[in-house]
Design a protein around this ligand. Sequence first.
Ligand code: SAM
Length: 382
Amino acid sequence: MPTTVTLLATSAMGLESIVANEVKALGYEDVQVENGKVIFKADVQAIPRCNLWLRTADRLKVIIGEFEATTFDELFEQTKALAWHEYIPEDGSFPVTGKSVKSKLYSVPDCQSIVKKAIVEKLKQKHGVASRMPESGALYKVEIALLKDKATLTIDTSGAGLHKRGYRIGQGEAPLKETLAAALVQLTNWKPDYPLVDVFCGSGTILIEAAFIGQNIAPGFNRSFASEEWAWIGDKRWAQAFDEAESLANYDQALDITGSDIDPKMIEIAKNNAMEAGLADLIQWKQMQATDFQPKVPNGYIISNPPYGERIGDKKQVEALYEALGETMRLHPSWSVYVLTSNEKFESLYGAKATKRRKLFNGFIKVDYYQYFGKHEKKGES
Ligand SMILES: C[S@@+](CC[C@H](N)C(=O)[O-])C[C@H]1O[C@@H](n2cnc3c(N)ncnc32)[C@H](O)[C@@H]1O
C-alpha cells in the first residue's frame, strides 16, 4: 500500500498559479506548475484533503508513473513495470482513457488497449488471478496521457469533476464554472467583513463560492468522491478529512453578500442553489436592473460576470450597461469592481483603465478579468 503519492491537480488554462497557491496553503511543498497541471508529493491523507478543499482545481489524480515511450513495446513494458497492484485491488474496475499530443504514439485507442493489457497482466501476476479480472469493485479510472513522447499514467481520485460541488440544482444560459467563480473571488482583495455584490448574479455561482470562502467551508463538503471507495485510502482518512473540514468551518462569520439580476427566474434559481449549498439566509437576493444599483455603504466589492454581448443584436445594449456601471461606480471610489468579459473595449466603455487585467478562459471564450481597486475609506471618513 502506498504511503506517499505524487498528485496531479488538473487546472483550467490560466488558473494554475491559483491552484498551486491553494495546494501550498493546505501545507504541501515542492509544488511544480506546468500548463494545466499542478504536481506535488504528499502523504495519502492529501487525497481526501485536496479533494475536499481545492476550490479551483478540476480534478485530483495520482501519478502512477512517467516515462518516455516512442514504440508500443516501450509503452507496454514500462506500463507493466509500474506498481499497479499497490493501487488497484483484485476486483477493481479500471477503464483506460487516453490522449496524445505531439507524440509518435498518436493512435489513442491503440495506446489505451496496450495500457489496459499491461495493467491486466501485472494485476493477474501480483494478485494471483488465473482467469479474467472480475472488475466488479470500486472504480479506478486510468489515463494514459502522451505529451511530446512522455507518457504519464494516472488514476483519477475525484470521480465527478471538482466543480460539481452538489449545490447547482438550476442554472441559466451561461453559468460560470464553480472553479472559475472561486478563482475570480480569490483574485480579489475581498475579505468576509466587506460588502460584496454581484449585479449580474445569474444562478449565483460567484456569491455562493464567495460565501464558502468567507466562512471557510470546504467546497467538496456536500459531495462524494471516487476514492472514498478505495481500501488503501480507507474510511478513517476520509472521516478525518471531513472532521477537519467541519472543525475549520466558521459558520459564525457574518457576511454582507447581495446578488441581483434583471431576470426573476434567475433570482429564484440562485436562491434555490444557495439553499442547497446550506447558505439559505446568508446571501440576499433581489430582482433588479444592474443600472439601478447604488452603493449605500463604503468599501464594498462588485464581482460580476455580465453578459458579453456576443450575440448579434445584444452588443449595443450590453455596451450601454458597461457605460452605466462605470458612471455609477466612478462616484464611489472606495468600491472595488471586478468584471469578467470578452469585450475588448470594456475599459473605454467603463470609462477607466483597470488597475490590473488578467487573461482567462471562460470555457473556450477568451476573456479578461478587469480589476479596479477601490481606495478604502477609514471609518467615519466619508
Ligand atoms: C453571464 S450571466 C451570469 C451567470 C452567472 N455568473 C452564473 O454563474 O450563473 C449574465 C446575467 O446577467 C443578467 N442580466 C442581463 N442584463 C441585465 C441587466 N440589465 N441588469 C441585471 N442583470 C442583467 C442575465 O439575466 C444573466 O443572468
